[in-house]
Design a protein around this ligand. Structure first.
Ligand code: ATP
Length: 262
């Protein structure tokens, strides 16, 4: 690891079962401050479960989670102060306007009203929602709701952003805005972990990529490191991804053992 980058998130041997079935099976990875980490995997691989545990919305059966050196399982409130969580389904308080929603969320985080208003104005403008600030969220399209939830997630200036499918349902312009916002936060030193099924996004944006399947981390590293480890030099991320994951879920992946770049 570069000595200039601190660790935003460290997950060690995380495990979670539902009714005896392992959804997350001993996953370890870290996300550095100032880095975008893409967590990829086929449907049901365990991505959302992993992120929900880190966000403190689900309890783990085993493992350790450290957010900027805060033990998130021992001190979840302190960890949550550092985290932004964007769920894959945008949930808003429908009767509130976008502005009221952001005021409400900022109040929950204890953001001083003056800073909250300035940041709400900046985010709504950046995301193209300023003209809709006084409209109730129930009148918003899915993409508009997604953007409002993202603004709410960022209002307390979190140091670790966890974004579950942040681009799903967004049109091309909105997608570009959200990608720019994510890049801005990375440049400012936040750690960002996102899941996406749009592999081109991970290919273009991620500093490092982790691919999981059946709750296990199969491979991790930069795209170039993934290509080398998978023996897929010169191939696209999609080719690498499919070569590693396109086996029946009970089958053996192309890599027999986890290959984790240091
Ligand atoms: P997708 O790409 O489809 O969103 P994912 O990688 O995010 O998938 P998870 O939602 O984490 O996958 O699910 C991992 C596994 O855990 C799946 O087998 C899923 O069926 C199971 N699972 C998730 N939530 C529950 C739940 N509340 N109860 C029982 N099983 C669950």
């Amino acid at each position: 690891m570069s000595p200039t980058l601190s660790t935003a998130l460290k997950v060690t041997d995380l495990a979670k079962s539902y009714g005896g079935k392992r959804a997350v099976d001993g996953i370890s990875f870290d996300v550095r401050a100032g880095e975008l980490y893409a967590l990829l995997g086929p449907n049901g691989a365990g991505k959302t479960t992993t992120l929900r545990i880190v966000a403190g919305l689900l309890s783990a059966d085993a493992g350790a989670i450290s957010v900027f050196d805060v033990d998130a399982r021992r001190d979840p409130l302190a960890a949550k102060q550092l985290i932004a969580w964007l769920p894959d389904e945008p949930l808003l308080y429908d009767k509130l306007t976008a502005w009221e929603y952001l005021e409400f969320v900022a109040g929950l985080w204890g953001v001083p009203p003056v800073s909250a208003r300035a940041e709400a104005e900046r985010l709504l403008t950046l995301l193209g929602l300023w003209d809709n600030r006084n409209d109730r969220c129930e009148t918003f399209s899915r993409g508009m709701k997604q953007k409002a939830v993202l603004a709410g997630a960022l209002i307390h200036e979190p140091k670790l952003l966890m974004l579950d499918e942040p681009l799903t349902g967004l049109d091309a312009a909105a997608s570009r805005l959200v990608k720019d916002l994510i890049r801005e936060r990375v440049a400012q030193g936040a750690g960002v972990i996102l899941t996406t099924h749009i592999l081109e996004v991970a290919e273009r944006m991620a500093d490092r990529i982790g691919i999981i399947k059946d709750g296990k981390l199969l491979i991790e590293g930069s795209l170039e490191e993934l290509r080398q480890q998978a023996g897929q030099q010169g191939q696209s991320l999609e080719d690498v991804f499919l070569s590693l994951t396109a086996t029946p879920s009970s089958g053996t992946p192309a890599l027999a053992a986890p290959v984790v770049a240091q």
